[in-house]
Each structure stands twice: as C-alpha cells, then as structure tokens.
Design a protein around this ligand. Structure first.
Ligand code: FAD
Length: 399
C-alpha cells in the first residue's frame, strides 16, 4: 500500500492550487454582482488554459487534459476551496459526451474541451427529481427520421450560458429513456424561469420548456434506450467529484477558522485555548482526513477496476454513493463549525466561511440526496452483500 502522492500527482495538485489561487480574487465580484463580467470570465478561461486543466475528464486527443479519476479528484479537491462555485468555471464536459459519435465529438465535445462551447445537463423535472425515471419529457418520432421533443426541465445548472443541453427524454410510443443533444437556439427551446437559490453561484440554474422542438436523429446521444444508464454513469462520476470538492471546501473553512481562533482574543486569551473551540477543531480534522482518504481510495478503485466487470461497476456505483454521502455530510458539519468559531463575522457574506456554509448545503441534495445515497448503499448491501462494499479490492480484481 502506498499513501504518498507520486511526483506526478504532486505536480498536478500544485498546478490545481495555482489555478485556484488565480481564480480566488474573483470571489468578491461574483458575490456582490451575482456573477462575473465578461472580462473576468475571459481571465479565468485564460488561467484554465494556461494551467492545462481544461476538460480534465476528456481524452487529450479531443483537447482535454485526459486525467484519470484519481487525478481528477486531486484537482477537484483544490478547486473545491473556491466559493461562489467558481470551480464550475473550470469547464469539464458532462461525461455522457464520452458516448458521442465522431460527428457529435466534432460538433460538441472538441469545441467544449477548448472552452468554446458549454453543455448543461437537464434530467430533473417538476415531478421527477429523486425518481428521475418518472421524467415526462417526450421525444416523438417525426416523418423525417428525427424527433419532436416536448416537456420541461428544472434546475439546469449552467443553463444560462450553455449553448447546448443534454436532455433526458422518453422516445414514444416505446417509452425508451434516451439522451438528446439539443442546441439552445433550436426553435421551441425557452427559459421560463431563473430562480434565486440559497447560494451565489457563478452561473444560474434556470428552468427550460421544450415546445415542439425538432431534432434530427443524430441528436441521440449514446443510443435510444440508454438514457437511464448514461444518467447513472454521470451521477457516479459527479458524486466522487462532489466528495473531493466538499473536502477541499471544508479544508479551507477549517484553515480560516483555526487562524481566526488563534487571533481572536475573548476573556483575556485567544479562543483557541478554549476546549470547546478545540473540540470543534478536532472533530473537523477527523471529518476532513477520513473523508479525503475514502475519496482518494474509491477514485483509485475506479481507475483500477475492469471496465467490463458489470458487478464491480455496480459496487463502485454504491461506493461513489458512500463517498458523496460521507463527504458532503462531513463537510457540512465542518463549515457549520467554522461559522460558529467566527461568531457573528461567520454570518457576514464577505467572509468565505459564510459562503462555504451556504454553498455546501446543496451537496446534500443534488446528484441524489443523502437519502437516495443511503438507498443506493443499502440496496447494494442487500443485492450483492457487504464484502465488496467494505473491503479493498483484491489484486485479482485489478486491471
Ligand atoms: C442548485 C441545484 C442545481 C441542480 N442542478 C441540476 C442539473 O444541472 N441538472 C439536473 O437534472 N438536476 C439538477 N438539480 C436537481 C437535483 O438533482 C434534485 O433537486 C435532486 O435530485 C432532488 O430532487 P427533488 O428536488 O425533486 O426532490 P425530491 O425527489 O422531491 O425529494 C424531496 C425529499 O424526499 C426525499 N426522498 C425522495 N425519494 C425518497 C425515497 N425513495 N426514500 C426516502 N426519501 C426520499 C428526498 O431525499 C428529499 O429529502 C439541481 C438542484 C439544485 C438545488
């Protein structure tokens, strides 16, 4: 067993830290204006390209950084320190695009890897959230081999700037769940509402309506009937990345809280000398270190699993749920304690701990709520037993 970063991973971590430090100065602008001006977006884009951390999940031959899952976790752990979700300005094409045809790659994936296009993933609907298989958006075959899409989608992150959407719809009359690539300027695609959320996010999460939207057959991504499978794969990867980002966020909050506790004098001495404060610090160290280790372990398991082993894929799906559940809940505890250590200042939006506390709340909701992660884990325990879920992989399981 090796628990040290290799020189290559360390170099990557330092590069991700440099990028994070170049983006940090944009936090206040984003918080104050609920977004960034064009020049700031351009400066961040240049920083991403300079550090070579564009499209980290996309093969280098298509213009991405071509990182393994463990390498991506190392990068996300650093980027997670950014407030205002500025980590999302470091674009990473949604993983269903790995199933793009050569033509779709040219049109969508390759320009997105360069930072010239941007996707948004539209699965959730008003009446289909945790149970996304209940989505009502339909794709009805037209007479020219294409489809007519009708329905609505909620919570579409980056939907305000995306120029194409990856939409889950049911091909009728067979009712086959299918992903579609839809350009937002296609007639019939409309943003109907842009709600304000608890967090200040560099992008919006608008609601879309699809009103008789005509697409050709080459808008189908990954094959008719593959929509739920692609959605699950997307969730699995995203859940690991949420684990990594929330741990990075928790580290930043705890670092600030410890610095503050050393500095802040009340009752004649620094509050860090108070055992009640020390308890919060110690519990936060435990939350961060245990979850960072788990996130790295499971990411390593993803990289070393046989992609053709269907059983292992299901176990890893549950392990990603374990990571997401544990890390998002733990880092919410950490940021809450950091606010407490800062006292009244922890409740002011100018302080990063306040923003992290507001922003991390959604990590217990999106990409599957904490309750849904528990169901995924318990379902795996019931179906395939606890052994794989609880153990490290055997050497025989490795590639
Ligand atoms: C800021 C934000 C951004 C988002 N971005 C996107 C996006 O880009 N694309 C996208 O498609 N979606 C996105 N979502 C949607 C998100 O994935 C859903 O909100 C989430 O899956 C929960 O669905 P829901 O809100 O409909 O809640 P519901 O499914 O209605 O759940 C309500 C409550 O019931 C619980 N519950 C539901 N089913 C069960 C069950 N079987 N057993 C026990 N408890 C249960 C839930 O855990 C929750 O506590 C985003 C959401 C937010 C808030």
């Amino acid at each position: 067993m090796e628990f040290a970063y290799t020189p290559a991973l360390l170099e990557l971590k330092n590069r991700a830290r440099d990028l994070t430090e170049r983006i940090l100065p944009f936090e206040d602008e984003c918080e104050q204006n609920n977004g960034l001006c064009e020049q700031s977006h351009a400066a961040i884009k240049q920083a991403v390209l300079d550090t070579g951390l564009q499209a980290i999940n996309t093969p280098a031959e298509y213009g991405g950084a071509g990182l393994s899952i463990l390498e991506q976790v190392v990068v996300q752990d650093e980027l997670g320190k950014l407030t205002n979700a500025l980590w999302d300005a470091v674009w990473r094409p949604a993983n269903p695009l790995a199933h793009a045809t050569a033509q779709q790659r040219e049109r969508y994936l390759i320009p997105e890897a360069r930072g010239e296009r941007r996707d948004a993933v539209a699965i959730s609907e008003k009446d289909a959230g945790s149970d996304f298989s209940r989505a009502k958006t339909t794709a009805t075959p037209d007479n020219n081999g294409g489809y007519v899409i009708n329905g609505e989608k909620w919570f579409v992150t980056v939907g305000d700037v995306a120029d194409f959407l990856i939409v889950l719809a049911y091909v009728e009359p067979e009712h086959e769940p299918t992903m579609f690539l839809i350009d937002v300027d296609t007639p019939g695609v409309k943003i109907t509402n842009v709600p304000r959320y608890t967090h200040t996010f560099v992008y919006e999460h608008p609601e879309f309506v699809f009103d008789n939207v005509h697409v050709t057959s080459d808008a189908v991504l990954g094959g008719v009937g593959q929509g739920l499978e692609l959605t699950r794969d997307w969730f699995t990867e995203e859940r690991l990345m949420i684990g990594a980002r929330t741990i990075g966020a928790a580290e930043r909050a705890l670092t600030l809280a410890v610095e503050w506790a050393r500095e802040r004098v009340q009752g004649g001495e620094p509050i860090i000398n108070r055992q009640l404060i020390q308890g919060m610090i110690a519990d936060s160290v435990v939350d961060i270190t245990t979850n960072r280790a788990l996130t790295h372990q499971v990411a390593w398991e993803f990289d070393n699993a046989d992609p053709n082993d269907a059983t292992m894929r299901k176990t890893l799906h549950a392990k990603a749920a374990t990571v997401k559940l544990a890390a998002s809940e733990a880092s919410n505890r950490v940021v809450d304690r950091a606010v407490q250590i800062f006292g009244g200042r922890g409740y002011i939006r100018d302080y990063p701990v306040e923003r992290l506390w507001r922003e991390l709340r959604v990590d217990r909701i999106w990409e599957g709520t904490s309750e849904i992660q528990r169901l995924v884990i318990a379902n795996e325990a019931n179906k395939r037993g606890l052994e794989n879920l609880l153990s490290f992989p055997n050497p025989a399981d490795e590639k």
